[in-house]
Design a protein around this ligand. Structure first.
Ligand code: SRM
Ligand code: SF4
Length: 586
């Protein structure tokens, strides 16, 4: 029996796990979406209100669909409250950039917009795109128009829709990589919302005269119950963390050709501390499809979640809970009947790594790419460290393109043998080439943004990551493990933006200066880690893991990775994701 989701309806009879429809009140966001006239709300009116740097609560929910979040500088909250001033409001904008690909011309525009319309920095995200921070309300339209002029937009970068689609960042590596990029971009475009609200509000301000009433054929007027994420991966690299995605496509390559995909569904990482009804979950396989079936299957998966996802509780609204509640077999049947595609048995596909390639690599087309490590993806000029300037200089002479990686790093791609020395010279002049010589712990580390811009942060992340890495680097050096790749990821809250539950060492913010500590995920992103401390300081975590690292150095088996060792020899058998069990075996 199908849940009655129709455009514009406000209360939906829901089918929960029983056969009987249950009527529960919908969450407020559903009413906001319904009343928004396809995501317009009163955003245009709020933009001209000069009495505040903010916008209304309802419009804050709607601007997300346009790639924008209202934020405030949390470092300034106390002093502004004392001075009876409103919060230091500004906006974050996230660009839509399927597969993380952008041209040098686009880079130069984004670089300039960051200086003129935002806080002077660019942030590469864990889903391969750019974020601007610190945009004042009056700068929103000029910034979006500047992006539009260089053929970039922020449509559906956030909100209850299919977000930025991820794909391996180096299409020139093989014909299979190139084909996969096209499929990822195609699916991103296929699932874009159709509303003209973005163009009307941010670009031309014009309503299209005499046009038909708007329809959202895929989403309907209430869009999805929650955000939705898609990733494409190509073994042996699981760089996109495909099992953390709502919908994953794992490329199957035979005789050098991409013949199709193993489709996975139901991944997702967000949870809330102390609420065991929320949890990270790895995606499961539905089966194999051919390349021409990607859009049909993608659309059917999204439509099924649109109709059955829980619109009464946003903490239970992701696809992972729909599948957890109703079962994979039911979900597969629903997708098959909607798409007309029958899944065949999933084919063999083995992941060995999540690591980005660093330095120079030659591609099959005779060009080169350079993988550049950028800690936490933050591109900014500082005293004595001109990373933003250096990358602008590269963009000025580069004839290939840039690829943003899922690990917040950058690939300078499509470099000819002739232009390689000039790029090398720029990187060397600014010392950027040295970035790749850092410890492998640092090269693999991720952190979310957290303070001061993220309104949900419970603790620091990006700003303390260098300190955390330094502390672990000392221990690794002492243990003779300086060259070992160990994944360490940190977030300021349990939402999981830097995918910390898939790290061999995961820090998850709980309170100022305090973190929940997790260890033992599999390095290739196919097993979640487990809790080892519900609340500790960074120093306490370092002391707790010092003997674990030493034991690893002394007792690991040939080729055994740190996460696997923790899983086998250190974590107690009764440890679970939510419970520390009977204590570490050290
Ligand atoms: Fe995220 C919310 C930053 C990737 C799970 N995320 C946020 C917000 C917008 C905070 C907010 O809602 O007010 C953060 C903005 C901080 C800031 O100041 O910029 C934020 N998320 C990020 C980024 C920038 C982290 C980074 O440092 O790179 C990543 C942007 C990705 C992109 O380009 O689209 C980012 N977020 C993720 C990921 C990782 C991924 O998708 O691969 C996850 C975990 C995977 C998942 O979705 O399950 C993630 N973000 C969340 C959640 C929890 C969702 C849930 O199901 O519970 C929230 C909160 C929410 O949605 O209510 C959130
Ligand atoms: Fe903010 Fe939490 Fe995401 Fe970090 S994990 S960016 S603190 S929502």
């Amino acid at each position: 029996m199908l849940a009655a989701h129709r455009d514009g309806e406000h209360v939906l009879p829901l089918l929960m796990s029983s056969e009987e429809p249950v009527t529960k009140p919908l969450v407020a966001n559903e009413g906001i979406k319904t009343a928004s006239n396809f995501l317009r709300g009163t955003i245009a009116e709020d933009l001209v209100d000069q009495s505040t740097g903010a916008i209304s609560d309802d419009n804050q929910q709607l601007t997300k669909f346009h790639g924008l979040y209202l934020q405030d500088d949390r470092d300034l909250r106390r002093e502004r409250r004392k001075a009876k001033m409103e919060k230091a409001f500004s906006f974050m904008l996230r660009v839509r950039l399927p597969g993380g690909r952008c041209s040098p011309a686009q880079w130069k525009v984004l670089d300039q917009l960051a200086d003129e319309r935002a806080n002077g920095s660019l942030r590469l995200t864990t889903r391969q795109t750019f974020q601007f921070h610190g945009i004042l309300k009056g700068n929103l339209r000029p910034l979006i128009q500047g992006m539009h002029d260089t053929l970039l937009d922020s449509i559906a970068a956030c909100g209850d829709v299919n977000r930025n689609v991820m794909a391996p960042p180096n299409p020139e590596r093989s014909p299979a990589h190139a084909a996969m990029y096209d499929h990822a971009k195609g699916l991103s475009e296929h699932t874009l919302p159709k509303t003209r609200a973005y163009h009307e509000i941010w670009l031309d301000g014009e309503k299209v005269a005499g046009s038909e009433p708007e329809v959202e054929p895929l989403y309907g007027a209430t869009y999805l119950p929650r955000k939705f994420k898609v990733g494409f991966a190509i073994p042996p690299s699981n760089d996109v963390d495909v099992y953390s995605q709502d919908l994953g496509f794992i490329g199957v390559v035979e005789n050098g050709e991409l013949v199709g995909y193993n489709v996975t569904v139901g991944g997702g990482l967000g949870m809330s501390h102390g609420n065991e009804a929320t949890f990270p979950r790895l995606a499961e396989a539905l089966g194999f499809i051919t390349c021409d079936q990607v859009n049909a299957v993608g659309e059917a998966v999204i439509a099924t979640q649109r109709d059955y996802g829980d619109r009464t509780n946003r903490k239970h609204a992701r696809l992972k809970y729909t599948i957890e509640d109703r079962g994979l077999a039911w979900f597969k049947g629903e997708v098959e009947s909607r798409s007309g595609v029958i899944f065949s048995e999933a084919r063999a596909a083995t992941f060995t790594t999540i690591e980005d390639p660093h330095g120079w690599h030659e591609c099959i087309d005779g060009t080169w790419f350079y993988g550049l490590h950028i800690l936490s993806g933050r591109i900014k000029d500082r005293e004595g460290w001109q990373m933003k300037t250096a990358l602008r200089e590269v963009a000025e002479i580069h004839s290939g393109d840039f690829r943003l990686t899922p690990s917040q790093n950058l690939t300078i791609s499509g470099v000819t043998t002739e232009s390689k020395p000039a790029i090398e010279a720029i990187l060397a002049k600014h010392g950027l080439d040295k970035e790749n010589d850092r410890s492998r712990l640092r090269l693999n580390a991720l952190s979310c943004v957290a303070l001061p811009t993220c309104g949900l942060a419970l603790a620091e992340s990006e700003r303390v990551l260098p300190e955390v890495i330094e502390k672990f680097d000392v221990i690794l050096e002492e243990a003779g493990l300086a060259d070992d790749a160990i994944s360490l990821r940190m977030t300021g809250c349990p939402n999981g933006c830097a995918r910390p539950y898939l790290a061999e060492i995961g820090f998850v913010g709980k309170a100022p200066g305090k973190y929940a500590l997790y260890i033992g995920a599999k390095y290739n992103g196919t097993r979640l880690n487990r809790l080892v401390s519900p609340k500790c300081t960074i120093d306490e975590a370092v002391e707790m893991l010092r003997p674990v690292i030493k034991k690893y150095a002394a007792e690991r088996e040939e080729g055994e990775e740190f996460g696997d060792f923790c899983h086998r020899a250190v974590l107690p058998e009764d440890a679970t994701f939510h419970s520390i069990g009977s204590g570490l075996r050290v």
